[in-house]
Design a protein. Structure first.
Length: 306
């Protein structure tokens, strides 16, 4: 039931209306691994520079995350991103981006990863995502892919090649509209699924997420939180909870994906409570079960039809 996670391991510097962090550990694959390792063993594929703390690698390894696929380029620097969030916490300004080792990343899938049944492609260049798929000797039981509008702007043709090979695509609402060219999310979903994915998840931030499969649609709310300190990594944590639950249960039905979306939403609600991965490091099974119950209470109701 092992899971391959592909993505960035990075440094972030974040400023929000509620505070400011110094350079802290981030990156899509880091958030996904911290989250998904609550549910299943993880096989990590990424690249870091010599400045990335060995302690961070050891902490993930202690949680059952294999680091065999993580390249360490000792004489180079790790990817760095700096951003400032606006008061609504849904919009942000990128202050600085340093690609560093990510600029020429060529992933290598170790032999020990070849038996993985689940593949999570974190947000990276489509060429990198495609390279990992092409290196696998057998198609995984499920391939989930995250992407963003940046790749739609500069590499749309390559992006569509990857989309055609995956089972589940994750995008936000503006990305779904850009990818499909349609403002209606229902029509956009139908258009995107014709590109290849059997399932589509459209994330709507604080307004929850939509799951599409054929003519079926499921909506999962986001948990109303009193304070959101840092939304960075929330989408990646959502993806980690989603794929982690599916890998643990080995059930890729639409019904189980509904549960997986709730698990992802619950995990993302932890992520935003503190800067970076800090909150994800603190939680245990009891915390997760309690948060899942909050979601059940949020959406469960009886209604009499007359």
């Amino acid at each position: 039931m092992s899971l391959i996670v592909v993505g960035s391991m990075a440094f972030d510097a974040i400023e929000t209306p509620f505070g400011k962090s110094d350079k802290i550990v981030g990156g899509a694959a880091t958030f996904i691994a911290w989250c998904a390792s609550n549910f299943t063993p993880v096989k990590q594929i990424s690249v870091v520079g010599g400045d990335f703390p060995q302690e961070e690698m050891d902490l993930l390894a202690a949680r059952g995350v294999s680091m065999e696929g993580v390249q360490v380029k000792k004489d180079e620097k790790t990817f760095f991103w700096s951003g400032r969030y606006h008061m609504d916490m849904n919009t942000r300004d990128t202050l600085e981006t340093q690609l560093n080792v990510l600029g020429d990343f060529q992933p290598v899938v170790p032999d020990s990863y070849q038996d993985a049944d689940f593949l999570m492609l974190g947000n990276l260049a489509p060429s990198v995502q495609l390279s990992v798929i092409d290196q696998l000797k057998k198609k995984p039981k499920l391939i989930v892919m995250d992407t963003m509008n940046f790749w739609m702007d500069i590499a749309m043709d390559e992006l569509k090649k990857v989309i055609a090979k995956v089972d589940v695509l994750l995008v936000n609402d503006s990305e779904a509209r850009q990818l499909s060219g349609d403002y209606s999310l229902v029509r956009a979903a139908a258009s995107i699924m014709k590109m290849g994915p059997k399932f589509l998840i459209i994330k709507k931030g604080e307004h929850g997420a939509l799951l599409f499969h054929g003519q079926q649609v499921f909506f999962a709310p986001a948990l109303p939180l009193e304070e959101v300190f840092d939304p960075t990594g929330a989408g990646d944590t959502f993806a980690g909870g989603f794929i982690g639950h599916l890998a643990r249960t080995r059930d890729i039905s639409f019904e189980n994906m509904k549960t997986a979306i709730i698990v992802g939403s619950a995990m993302a609600s932890f992520c935003v409570e503190k800067f970076g991965t800090q909150r994800l490091r603190e939680i245990d099974k009891k915390d997760i079960d309690g948060r899942l119950q909050e979601f059940v209470n949020l959406v469960n109701f009886d209604i009499a039809l007359v």
